[in-house]
Design a protein around this ligand. Structure first.
Ligand code: ADP
Ligand code: MG
Length: 415
C-alpha cells in the first residue's frame, strides 16, 4: 500500500506570515503589505492558444505570496534610487539579489529574478512610473509542474507594484488585462520563455468558483461556473514530477506544423477551420516538411480540441458536469495519439485514475511531463490518489504529488 503525497495549499494567514517573516529577516524592516497570486490548471483546450483557439483554466488554491515595500520614487522622480532587491524562500542559497531598475532589460537578468524584476521593467516600458522596491517571496505552488508557478510570481509582483506605485490597474478587468500583458511580456522578453497568455490571464482575471473561458483570437473572456462540491465531485491534480527535457524543441515543432498547415489551407490560424469541414480540410493537406499524415493528425487535434472546449463550457453552464468525463478522455486521447505530446507517466496517471473510478482524466499543460487532472467522486479522492500512487510505485517511478483544485480567487492584496 502506497500513501499518496499531498501538496496542501497554505491559507492566507500562513502565506502572509511566511512572506512577512522572510522580509523582516532579509531587509530588517516591515513590508508595506503582502500580495498573492494563484497558480492555475487548464481544464481543457491544450495547444490551442497559438492557434487562435480557446482554453479554460481555473485558479488553484495554491498561491505565491510577496511581501513588498516601496523604497524609492517612480523612475520619473528619481531614477537613482530605483533599486530592486529580491529574495525567495524557494531559492534559499541565493544571495539577496540587487539591481538598479535601469539595468533590467532583455538578456540582462539570469534565473528566477527575471520573473519578478521583469514585471517592473515591463510596467515601466508600458509608461508606468515604477521605482525601487524590496520584495520577499514564498510559495506553495510547485515549480515546473505545469501549474504555473512562474505566472503566480509575476502576477503577485504585478498587483503589489500596481498598489504601491498607485498605477490604478488592479481595480477592474481592463486594468488587470494590462497587468497580465506586462507579466506576459516579462516572461517572454526578460525570462526568455515563449509562452502564450493563458497563465497570466487566469491568475489575474479568473474568478473564484469559475473557470475562465479565454478566446485567444480576440482576447475576450467569459466566466464559466465551476463549483464541483454540490455535484459530489472533486478535481484531482497529479504532478507526475517527471522532467520534460524534450519539451522545448517539441513545442516549437508543433507550432511550426500548425503554422505550415494553416498556410497550406490559406487561413490565418487553425481556428478558422470549421469542425464540420474538417475532413475536407484534412484531404487538402499535402506532404511538406512533415508527411501529410502527421500534419493531418496535428490539425485534427487542434480543431477537435477547440470544439471540446465549447462542449465542456456547454456542460458546465447547464449544470451537467457529471457528463464531462468523456470530453476529458477524448482530449487526452487526442493529445496522446494525434498531437503526440503525452508521456508514459501522464498516460499512467490517466489510465490508473480511470481504472480506480475517475469519471474522466487528461493530461494538462504542454505535455511531456507536468500534471494531469481527473474528475472524481468526492468520496473517492483518496482511493483514486492511492491507486495512482500505487501504479507509479509498481513501475518504480518517482512518487507523484497530489492536490485538490477548487476554482480560487485571482491575484490581489492579502495583508
Ligand atoms: P511552471 O510555471 O510550470 O511552474 P516554469 O518553468 O514556467 O514552470 O517556471 C518555474 C520558474 O519560475 C522557477 O524555476 C523559478 O525560476 C521561477 N519561480 C516560480 N516560483 C518562484 C518562487 N516562489 N521563487 C522564486 N522563483 C520562482
Ligand atoms: Mg510557467
Amino acid at each position: 500500500n502506497v500513501t499518496p503525497q499531498w501538496l496542501p495549499a497554505w491559507d492566507d494567514d500562513e502565506g502572509a506570515r511566511r512572506a512577512t517573516t522572510l522580509f523582516r529577516g532579509r531587509f530588517g524592516t516591515e513590508p508595506d503589505g503582502v500580495w498573492s497570486a494563484p497558480g492555475r490548471v487548464n481544464l481543457i483546450g491544450e495547444h490551442t492558444d497559438y492557434n487562435g483557439g480557446l482554453c479554460l483554466p481555473i485558479n488553484l488554491p495554491h498561491r505565491t505570496y510577496v511581501a513588498l515595500r516601496r523604497t524609492g520614487d517612480g523612475t520619473g522622480a528619481g531614477p537613482s534610487d530605483a533599486v530592486v532587491r529580491l529574495t525567495s524562500a524557494q531559492e534559499a542559497d541565493a544571495e539577496l539579489w540587487s539591481r538598479p531598475l535601469a539595468d533590467v532589460g532583455p538578456g540582462t537578468v539570469d534565473g528566477w529574478p527575471a520573473y519578478a524584476a521583469g514585471v517592473a521593467w515591463s510596467l515601466a516600458a508600458d509608461g508606468h512610473d515604477v521605482g525601487g522596491f524590496d520584495a520577499a517571496v514564498d510559495s506553495c505552488v510547485p515549480y515546473g509542474a505545469g501549474l504555473s508557478s512562474s505566472a503566480a510570481l509575476e502576477c503577485a509582483v504585478a498587483v503589489a507594484l500596481d498598489e504601491v506605485f498607485t498605477l490604478g490597474l488592479g481595480g477592474d478587468d481592463a486594468g488587470r488585462a494590462r497587468l497580465a500583458a506586462a507579466c506576459i511580456r516579462a516572461e517572454n522578453e526578460i525570462a526568455g520563455a515563449p509562452t502564450g497568455g493563458m497563465d497570466q490571464s487566469s491568475s489575474l482575471r479568473a474568478r473564484a468558483g469559475h473557470a475562465l473561458l479565454l478566446d485567444t483570437r480576440d482576447h475576450t473572456t467569459r466566466h464559466v461556473p465551476f463549483v464541483l462540491a454540490p455535484h459530489g465531485l472533486a478535481l484531482l491534480v497529479v504532478d507526475t514530477r517527471a522532467s520534460h527535457q524534450l519539451a522545448d524543441g517539441q513545442y516549437a515543432a508543433r507550432r511550426t506544423a500548425c503554422e505550415d498547415a494553416a498556410a497550406q489551407l490559406g487561413v490565418a490560424t487553425l481556428r478558422e477551420i470549421d469542425p464540420a469541414g474538417l475532413d475536407d480540410a484534412l484531404a487538402r493537406l499535402a506532404d511538406g516538411a512533415l508527411p501529410a499524415d502527421v500534419v493531418r493528425r496535428r490539425v485534427r487535434h487542434v480543431v477537435t480540441e477547440i470544439a471540446r472546449v465549447t462542449e465542456l463550457v456547454g456542460l458546465l453552464e447547464s449544470g451537467r458536469i457529471r457528463d464531462a468525463g468523456p470530453v476529458l478522455d477524448a482530449s487526452h486521447a487526442s493529445l496522446r495519439d494525434d498531437y503526440e505530446v503525452s508521456s508514459g507517466e501522464l498516460d499512467l496517471v490517466v489510465d490508473s485514475a480511470r481504472a480506480a473510478g475517475a469519471l474522466g482524466a487528461r493530461m494538462t499543460g504542454g505535455g511531456f511531463g507536468g500534471s494531469a487532472i481527473a474528475l472524481v467522486e468526492v468520496d473517492q479522492v483518496d482511493a483514486v490518489a492511492g491507486a495512482v500512487a500505487e501504479a507509479f510505485g509498481l513501475q518504480r517511478l518517482t512518487a507523484p504529488a497530489f492536490l485538490v483544485a477548487l476554482a480560487s480567487a485571482p491575484a490581489g492584496r492579502t495583508r
